[in-house]
Ligand binder design. Sequence first.
Ligand code: ATP
Length: 480
Amino acid sequence: MSLKDVKPQVGDKTAEGKLVTLTNICKSFDNEEILKNVNLYIKDKTFVTLLGPSGCGKTTILRIIGGFETPSSGEVYFGDTIMNDVPPHKRPVNTVFQKYALFPHLNVFENIAFGLRIKKLPEAEIKAAVKKMLALVDLKGYERRPINKLSGGQQQRVAIARALVNMPKLLLLDEPLGALDLKLRKDMQLELKKIQQQANITFIYVTHDQEEALTMSDIIVVMKSGKIQQIGTPQDIYNEPANAFVADFIGESNIIDAVMTENKKVTFCGHEFDCVDDRFEDTTLVDVVVRPEDVDVTSPENGMVCGVVEDSVFKGVHYEMTVKCGEYYWLIHSTDSQPVGATIGMSLDPDCIHIMRKMFPTTETHIDIDEFTVEDGKVTFTLEDSEFTVDDASVSEDDSLSAVFEPFDIQITAENEGDFNGYLDSVIYKSYYNEMIVITDNNRWLVKSYSDEQVGTTVGVKINPQAIRLEKKEAAQNEV
Ligand code: ATP
């Protein structure tokens, strides 16, 4: 295992077995960039899932592949043919949406046969094709059943049969199980995987449900804010997440601030652990990811670190414990029951410690202040259209300044209730606080907060002027 950076696979349309290749795809709506240079190839006969939080651009990618949207720039290849301007009905693709819109006045047979009748195929051929599809989706004997007499799961299977009967090379599925209840959804997940394997074609599936993605996919493409974060098998994505966002999004994990000053050693929670990664050349600060099932519970004297059990819930196979270790709360899955209040030891194998590059490059937000006024020891400047005044008698008008904002001193409020608004690009639970990245027109802000916020929303940002620190930039820099 080596240190991980984000390495999307770049489409190679000439390589064998690649059904669809997207190269440098960008898409903007109303001047807002929704997809930012997406590079991806999809191999023939695989089950590929686009996974990510709401609004990250999954459906837009699907619609571009289906021909319902045109990219602002970049190429869509089917094999080695550019398809950018080819309309949906001329692509070897069918789509199943969440709202699958079956024809209520037609029975199951006629719903599935609909596309073939439009193509005016001979009756015997239609019968044979529909029969095959009914067997594939496990609805043999339902031919004459009216659509409104079917359960949600059965209707979904009819929708899939209706799409597959046209023999597409590629089936696009946009959250098709979203309307079903949990039990049915779980059954249908396994069913869909079976159907894909038996039909022996490619499925591209969109979901924001990580468990669904892990259950069904050969390959998962994890997305955030219009960018691919990681492409890999479910095992790769779970065991070797590319960054803290992926680790947080896929399964449960402990994500802890850590320091790495030498190779294969990492310090967190007051202990220097052995790990298998080398340090990054440009920073000692890293995030460590530890899966709850990878923590070994020991006696306090045998543990690498100790903690106190705060909470323990039996989950059927294991106990889920919250253990306070310093200021961090570790989530642990163990078959060993430990009572609340007990002090326990915790140990980690080196290869269970995953080292991640931090998503924000510095520990505080630094912003250059190009224009400011100084009067009576008060420095006044404008940031994001809001005026701030900071007491600092040491500043003169000839100085070149930057303002430094401590992450815990920036407060997130409701939209329009702060000093300015920003887009909440990332929220990662760091075992006792939430680390957030807020994007404004000109800056990225690092915020640490005990409150929970919804990623992908517009929030207010409130800054306490007392907590702004002004730093003078070097004289040498001033002369440039
Ligand atoms: P969800 O899971 O909520 O469907 P998603 O990841 O599939 O999310 P998209 O549907 O691709 O996301 O949308 C990405 C962004 O693009 C959203 O902010 C959405 O509002 C915007 N968007 C999508 N289609 C259009 C459009 N036709 N016009 C304007 N904005 C659009």
